[in-house]
Design a protein. Structure first.
Length: 468
């Protein structure tokens, strides 16, 4: 492999190549510290042309390539194996905004751009990039697109897939597909970009993208609403969609146990009501018109819901600071659960109409099979995505709980399948669910995926061992 390293060094220069063990470590471990690899080298190209040359060199040597962005993924898709033969292709140096076309409502960006920086660049141009998720301060857009990231604004704007008009992709052969088109209508054959979005780097390397932008909201209204059950939350969602229309930007469900964890582990947070309730919904409206329109609409909707006893109580934020405080109650849940100790995460999607039934049935199954487990149920109710996480009974030793993790996940995923759902809503498959997905996808569907993989990557060098 020394000849390959020499060839790559000649392409990217000393600044673009890392080979010393101490410097490799941050690139060889996933964010959750579940997977630990041993790469041959980390390559940090500065342009699509360099990416293409590196991939061609790896193809010639039949060396595996593991694309990597901000390394914030939750399923091990950007982590190399322990063979010491794989190249990590980190795109963080490719972080330019190539252009913003405000009239076309698009921005052309490189894969290594940090998501929060792109949000700010769009805002400076008077536009909104609506993709928003917890890791936005460190995740990079190439990874967001490669995993088809979701986040908190999918209800109104769609997932990452729906925000892409064009891509630039380096294929496993080292060729560059120039697909950076800013067109909303292009009916000239197969929509090739969709193959690479959500493929987790197994079909090629996304090096740049044309993203949709939207008018910048000029007013917002944020509320925390107390409800008796997920069924009541769904009734509120139906009312909110009818009353608020496209203004409805966020609709997030979380349980009382979720709130208790946040209040326990984040001392600067505060409960939204003097008393506690079984479940809560965070509702956000945004409007391109300034003024109090959004707040008036949400208050009117909530008053009607209170009169009908759909909800138990509601608090509408009276300032931007209070709105941020309300959002923190939802956004801190994952970190609070991590502080609490070991847990089993499930990122699932269910048809919206069946979410309440799924929660009730699966909670009951888990209680029977694993008495005392504590459910950390929260997520993007407006688009059907639940983070249906399980914490151990209080006082359970971590190693004892770890022994039950496979059985718990199998129970949850089988229930998801019965309700017509997906075992990965927005986190991808990576290494974590690579084998599990075979239980839930049909043999024909898996074979079609394999045929696409073989056609584009005949030598199997692109992120092997992930997804398929």
């Amino acid at each position: 492999m020394s000849a390959l390293i020499d060839r790559i060094r000649g392409i990217v220069g000393p600044a673009g190549l890392i080979t010393t063990p101490g410097e490799l470590a941050p690139y060889a471990t996933d964010w959750r510290k579940r997977y630990f690899g041993k790469p041959l080298a980390v390559v940090r190209p500065a342009s699509a042309a360099e990416v293409a040359q590196v991939v061609r060199a790896c193809s010639d040597a039949r060396a595996a390539v593991v694309p990597q962005g901000g390394n914030t993924g939750l399923c091990g898709a950007a982590t190399p194996d322990a063979s010491g033969s794989q190249i990590v292709l980190n795109l963080s140096r490719m972080n330019r905004v190539r252009g913003i076309d405000a009239r076309n409502n698009t921005m052309t960006v490189e894969a290594g751009c940090v998501l929060a920086n792109l949000q700010n660049a769009a805002k400076e141009a008077g536009r909104l990039l609506p993709l928003s998720l917890a890791a936005e301060g460190s995740c990079e857009i190439g990874g967001n697109l490669s995993t088809n990231a979701g986040g908190t604004a999918v209800l109104r704007y769609g997932s990452a897939r729906e925000l892409v008009l064009g891509l630039e992709v380096v294929l496993p052969s080292g060729e560059i597909w120039e697909g950076l088109r800013g067109l909303r209508k292009d009916n000239t054959g197969y929509d090739l970009k969709q193959l690479f979005i959500g493929a987790e780097g197994t079909l090629g390397v996304i090096t740049a993208a044309v993203l949709k932008l939207f008018p910048l909201p000029k007013s917002r209204a944020t509320a925390v609403v107390a409800v008796q059950s997920p069924e009541k939350a769904l009734a509120l969602l139906e009312r909110a969609l009818d009353a608020c229309g496209e203004r409805l930007t966020g609709f997030e469900l979380f349980s009382e146990f979720c709130l208790s964890l946040v209040l326990k582990h984040f001392k600067d947070t505060a409960a939204p009501f003097p008393r506690r309730f079984p479940h809560y919904v965070l509702v956000e409206l945004s409007d391109t018109q300034p003024g109090e329109g959004a707040r008036i609409v949400v208050e009117s909707m909530l008053e009607a819901a209170l009169d009908e006893k759909t909800i138990l109580d509601a608090a509408v934020a009276q300032s931007e600071g209070q709105a941020r405080a309300f959002w923190s109650l939802r956004e801190f849940i994952s970190e609070a659960q991590a502080h609490e100790g070991p847990n089993i995460k499930h990122d699932v999607s269910i048809p919206i109409s069946r979410i309440a039934e799924f929660i009730s049935a699966t909670d009951a199954e888990l209680a029977r099979a694993h008495p005392g487990v504590r459910m950390v149920t929260f997520g993007h109710l407006g688009d059907g995505n639940l983070h249906y996480n399980v914490s151990p009974p209080e006082g359970t030793a971590p190693d004892v709980f770890a022994m039950a993790s496979a059985a718990i996940s199998r129970l949850v995923h089988d229930s998801v399948a019965r309700f017509g759902g997906s075992i990965s809503a927005e986190h991808g498959l990576g290494q974590l669910k690579r084998e599990e997905i075979r239980r839930y996808k049909s043999p024909l569907e898996l074979e079609l995926m394999l045929k696409i993989k073989r056609a584009l990557d005949p030598y199997g060098i692109m992120n092997p061992g992930k997804v398929l």
